[in-house]
Design a protein around this ligand. Structure first.
Ligand code: ADE
Length: 234
């Protein structure tokens, strides 16, 4: 899978993809992330990418021309399954959305900025508008990094143990159970006995109980939707 990110501040996106799991995935050639500086697609002398809003008002608006030029250039190289715009008024990003997007081959993410983007971009060039939460960031770059990370780690070959993505919190609609590692006792704090028992069926039963309890207390909204949809019966 390849993700092309279009940004006015590409410096913000150098580090997130150069370490750990995503770096290994890139080295293995199963994923790639390419960041494009929107200014390179501006034809003005000052490399302008934003302008005053028609009708007045505070804040600059991202212009359609450089964005269209950049997206057209990318589309002339390969076909894309989605062109995402990051915005606080987009659809709230969640695990099912990450799962769906991880099945795509090529994705463009346009990072929003300033007071927004010329509405004609949203109407004509964008296929998905995504928000990562009900708060406002100073730009869409961190949102693009979050979305890319959540998608790319699901691509087969990126994680060492492919089953680990399946046991993530939210993958089955439940919060993941607690985990422990050595030592079995630290300053009197003990690891639950069952995890040391070697009895795999009991361990799985305990983990499921913990997941259900945690989901019920920490995310009653999730728990309610699982029972309402009869995925859970209790
Ligand atoms: N840009 C600014 N805030 C954002 C958010 N919450 N999600 C996505 N993009 C954004």
């Amino acid at each position: 899978m390849r993700i092309d990110i279009i940004s006015c501040v590409p410096q913000l996106l150098t580090s997130p993809f150069e370490h750990s799991i995503l770096q290994r995935g890139r080295a293995a050639g199963v994923i790639d992330v390419v960041v494009h500086n929107l200014r390179d697609y501006s034809e003005s002398k000052q490399k302008q990418t934003d302008d005053y809003a028609f009708g007045g008002g505070a804040g600059m608006v991202m212009m359609i021309e450089p964005i269209d030029r950049c997206i057209s250039h990318l589309k002339s190289q390969r076909s894309y399954d989605a062109v995402i715009y990051t915005s606080p008024d987009g659809k709230l990003f969640d695990q099912p959305m990450a799962n769906q997007l991880s099945l795509f081959k090529n994705i463009i993410i346009l990072c929003g900025h300033y007071k927004g983007v010329d509405e004609r971009v949203r109407e004509n060039l964008i296929t998905h508008e995504i928000s990562i939460g009900d708060y406002v960031l100073s730009g869409g770059e961190l949102a693009a990094a979050v979305i890319s990370d959540a998608i790319l780690r699901l691509v087969p070959g990126v994680m060492n143990d492919e089953t680990s993505a399946l046991t993530d919190s939210f993958q089955d609609g439940l919060i993941a159970p607690p985990v422990f590692t050595r030592p079995a006792e630290f300053k009197g704090y003990k690891v639950p006995e069952v995890l040391l028992s070697g009895h795999q069926a009991k361990i799985e039963e305990w983990r499921m109980e913990q997941s259900l309890d945690r989901t019920k207390t920490r995310r009653p909204d999730l728990y309610r939707s699982l029972t309402e949809n009869q995925i859970l019966t209790k």
